[in-house]
Design a protein around this ligand. Structure first.
Ligand code: SF4
Length: 84
């Protein structure tokens, strides 16, 4: 989970210019996210980015800020788990 790269061969963006996924503005982020929305390996891509703490770019349909929010929500959920 998160570290294998075999999913990249099935990525919807594999033939697109990388700069599409490193946009400078919100409009660019939305364009990238639309491509991610129909990508069959979106979950793998997102987990890859999260596991490697990749800060920049759109991965798995999330922006940098979106991944920060997701990480914070996961941390909060983990902390809310009762200690066993
Ligand atoms: S989710 Fe988006 S960035 Fe990730 S592989 Fe698919 S199209 Fe590319």
């Amino acid at each position: 989970m998160g570290t294998s790269t075999s999913w990249m061969a099935r990525a919807a963006c594999r033939d697109l210019p990388p700069e599409t996924f490193f946009p400078e503005d919100g409009g660019g982020v939305e364009a990238a996210r639309r491509i991610c929305a129909r990508c069959p390996v979106r979950e793998d891509c997102l987990e890859y980015a999260l596991s490697r703490h990749i800060a920049h770019g759109v991965w798995g349909g999330t922006s940098e800020r979106g991944r920060q929010r997701l990480q914070a929500a996961r941390r909060a959920a983990a902390e809310a788990q009762p200690a066993v």
